[in-house]
Design a protein around this ligand. Structure first.
Ligand code: IYR
Length: 222
């Protein structure tokens, strides 16, 4: 007998013949291999209901002890987006002009990034994902577990959902990110994890012509 507070219930997920699994896996790969991080957004609006759906998908991620230690702040308000852009650009200016090591700047040079972050105002939505290292339960601090792992998986689900819907996103990490807690008035148990602008690509959007590692490079068979 399982000793658990959650009553268990049957789970019978959809199953497929191997040939169909292969076809589905190939189709999903084909979809996902077209995903790119984008820095050039259109200001075309995206309905809030669509964003809510994508966030719900992100929140299906597994998490340590099922604590679901995440908060997704959905920002469409132009004034708040402007505040976020201004604060992010201040931090990024300092980073690009002294805080980042020469090696780091050299590694970034091929991507063509700099401290200007116009997409923080152009994109119709900014999703700021916060991690909750602990929760307050009846006024008591209750620790969460594997918070970084849980958040990483949830953000991965979110990026996949955005791409599947036909929108684009950027995993943006202005550093340090504390300004996001202040601007959004988040409580002290939350820390910013990732800032993800979401929207349509600009008509003239481009991406660096990069290549992904091959199967032989990423998979070692034992
Ligand atoms: N946060 C900076 C720098 C930056 C760092 C890495 I690692 C990147 O892959 C891209 C950018 C910025 O957003 O410009």
């Amino acid at each position: 007998m399982l000793n658990t507070e959650y009553p268990h219930k049957p789970y019978r997920p959809q199953q497929y013949p191997v040939s169909e699994m292969q076809a589905r896996a190939a189709a999903f790969y084909e979809l996902m291999q077209q995903r790119r991080s984008l820095r050039f957004f259109s200001d075309e609006p995206v309905p809030q209901a669509l964003m809510d759906q994508l966030i719900l998908t992100a929140a299906t991620a597994p998490s340590g002890a099922h604590k679901q230690p995440w908060t997704f702040c959905l920002v469409g308000n132009p004034d708040i987006k402007r505040q976020i852009r201004e604060a992010a650009e201040q931090e990024e200016f300092e980073s690009y002009n002294g805080r980042m090591t020469p090696e780091w700047l050299r590694d970034l040079a091929p991507l063509g990034t700099d401290w200007h972050k116009p997409f923080l105002e152009t994109a119709p939505w900014l999703v700021i994902v916060f991690k909750r290292n602990f929760d307050y339960v009846d006024g008591e601090k209750q620790k969460n577990y594997y918070v970084l792992e849980s958040l990483g998986i949830a953000c991965g689900f979110f990026l996949a959902a955005v791409h599947n819907a036909g929108l684009v996103a950027l995993t943006h990490t202005p550093s340090p990110m504390d300004f996001l807690s202040k601007i959004l008035g988040r409580p002290d148990n939350e820390r910013p994890f990732l800032l993800i602008p979401v929207g349509y690509p600009a008509a003239d959007a481009t991406v660096p012509d990069i290549h992904r590692k091959s199967l032989e490079d990423v998979r070692i068979l034992y």
